[in-house]
Design a protein around this ligand. Structure first.
Ligand code: ATP
Ligand code: MG
Length: 556
């Protein structure tokens, strides 16, 4: 990956530089720790690029660790999708995939150590009472009546928890820290809770599961992570992260650093809400091309390079901010403009008959796949008497600013001839059904010899050889810039976020591979849909338009 060389610094890299210079660490070891309770989204891409990018640039290591402490919400399907997405983004984790559940035995032993040190106790308050006793930001908490149990009693009750001797919610293990701490996370946080749920990795071995704050720091230490990078909402939790590691016998000492989450305009980056879109069938699965998930962006035609470029451009800071959708679109346009092959498709077709051309002639024209990258090759496209052009590319009358086909005037067909519109045929509703034209046989990829200027160029598909296709035109999924803040975010869905059109593609596109975008001349970037294509069905997703028309119209 050539872009890694140019990766800019940020406050985390500065910390790493200092740590290495001072000899605090000899090498860097990061981790990306998703909870397998949903598909990864663009926010996770930021974290992936940060963690794996640092490992790459510092010749260190980055683990992929599933933070799988909540068996009721987690599934193997999510584990598989996350591995796929990380690899697709272009990263490779160090060694085997790790699971927090790999450490359940060790975590249990560390919990016993805390109990033995008088630093943890089994509480039998109800969940509601625990909340009540915890206090608020302005009101200190108060001690549970179970707080001062003896070590022996706690050991035996914790063993009873593990053996299934309590019902869910009847008991939990809590750290004994300070119910008056100004940091609510330090008010005797719960370390273990009871859940009679089968776990996707450990099956029915456990009915008690460790909480995130207890699990994460210990997993980091077990894996010899040096820099544990997470988002800002865990800032207060860092105290608990350090408290746990300070109070157990473990040699390694990872440190947590926080950076701001990526928020994207017109998008949601909460797995819970994305899951709701899927279960409510607002979208066609987690990989719906309108979803800000990595798999959705991929199905829409985004490339790994464009997403990495995006993550690099937005940078890593501690400031909360929201990135405009146009930044993401800029990145994919840049990539596809340089790298996508060109082809022709007519999305809203109207027939054109070239009357001075014989129906028996199939003229094979050769076209470049990219205007300035000859190494991308050429293709053959057949020109015939009957073709389709886009309805919007013809007018019976128009002023000079309209540089397409007008009745009585000329226009160039892309990579072909100049045609002139002679007359039209309409149906009973007055809709044009056929445009009759003539073509100038002396204008194949050259100007007319008499010096007349032809201003416009339009695209076309042979009616004889063109192949029927469906085009899915996507717009923002929400009609408010911050749908996550809306009371009922499902009511902010943009009803026209998907518009389906039926038209024609040039035959060469029958061999298009899913997810690899083409530039459809004058229309935008499109890729074959990986889910709905096949068996001679051609469904193309619009990745992005050619220009940022959306911000044009919004500023009007
Ligand atoms: P969600 O709110 O979508 O459930 P999460 O933080 O609970 O997200 P995890 O699976 O725990 O999801 O996230 C794995 C890693 O990705 C964490 O280190 C987390 O901080 C990071 N991450 C999640 N969302 C974002 C985001 N929007 N921007 C940057 N990093 C993120
Ligand atoms: Mg999480």
């Amino acid at each position: 990956m050539s872009e890694t060389l140019a990766r800019p610094s940020n406050f985390i890299r500065q910390i790493i530089d200092t740590d290495l210079a001072e000899g605090k660490h000899n090498s860097v070891h990061t981790r990306f720790p998703p909870e397998p309770n949903g598909y990864l989204h663009i926010g996770h891409a930021k974290s992936i690029c940060l963690n794996f990018g640092i490992a790459q640039d510092y010749h260190g290591k980055c683990n992929l660790r599933f933070d799988d402490t909540n068996p009721t919400k987690e599934e193997v399907e999510y584990v598989e999708s996350i591995k796929r997405d990380v690899e697709w983004l272009g990263f490779k984790w160090d060694g085997d995939v790790c699971y927090s559940s790999d450490y359940f035995d060790q975590l249990y032993d560390y919990a016993i150590e805390l109990i033995n040190k008088g630093l943890a106790y089994v509480d039998e308050l109800s969940a509601e009472d625990i909340r009540e006793y915890r206090g608020t930001l302005t009101k200190p908490g108060k001690n549970s009546p179970y707080r001062d149990r003896s070590v022996e009693e706690n050991l035996s009750l914790f063993a009873k928890m593990r053996e299934g001797g309590f019902a869910e919610g009847q008991a939990c293990l809590r750290a004994k820290i300070d119910m008056a701490s100004p940091f609510i996370v330090m008010r005797d946080p719960v370390l273990y809770r009871i859940k009679f749920a089968e776990h996707h990795q450990t099956g029915n071995k456990w009915c008690i599961y460790p909480m995130y704050d207890f699990t994460h720091c210990i997993s980091d230490a077990i894996e010899n992570i040096t820099h544990s990078l997470c988002t800002l909402e865990f800032q207060d939790n860092r105290r608990l992260y350090d408290w746990v590691l300070d109070n157990i016998s473990i040699a390694a000492r990872p440190h947590q650093y926080e950076f701001s989450r990526l928020n994207l305009e017109y998008a949601i980056t909460s797995k819970r809400k994305l899951n709701l879109l899927v279960t409510e069938k607002v979208v066609d699965g987690w990989d719906d091309p309108r979803m800000p998930t990595i798999s959705g962006l991929r199905r829409r035609g985004y490339t790994p390079a464009a997403l990495r470029d995006f993550c690099q451009r937005i940078g890593v800071t501690k400031q909360e901010n929201t990135v405009e959708m146009s930044t993401l679109e800029f990145c994919i346009r840049e990539d596809l403009n340089a790298n996508a092959k060109r082809a022709m498709a007519v999305i809203d077709p109207v027939k054109v008959v070239i009357e001075n051309m014989s129906a028996d002639v199939d003229e094979i024209l050769t076209m470049p796949n990219h205007p300035n990258r000859p190494e991308l090759g050429q293709r053959e496209v057949t020109f015939t008497r009957e073709i389709y052009i886009d309805r919007a590319d013809f007018r019976e009358e128009a002023n000079k600013n309209y540089k397409r086909l007008v009745l009585g005037k000329e226009v160039r067909l892309r990579n072909a001839y100049v045609i002139k519109a002679e007359r039209v045929e309409k149906d009973a509703n007055g809709e044009i059904t056929t445009i009759y034209c003539t073509y100038d046989t002396n204008t194949l990829n050259k100007n007319p010899e008499d010096g007349r200027k032809i201003k416009g160029v339009i695209h076309w598909v042979s009616a004889k050889f063109g192949v029927q296709a469906e085009f899915r035109l996507y717009d923002r999924l929400f009609n408010t810039p911050n749908p996550g803040a809306a009371e009922a975010f499902l009511s902010t869905i943009n009803p026209t976020s998907l518009v389906v059109k039926y038209g024609f593609i040039e035959p060469s596109l029958q061999s298009a591979e899913p997810e690899y975008a083409y530039q459809f001349e004058r229309e935008g970037y499109f890729c074959l849909d990986s889910k709905h294509s096949g068996n001679n069905q051609f469904v193309f997703n619009r990745t992005v338009g050619l220009r940022d028309t959306w911000s044009d119209t919004s500023s009007n």
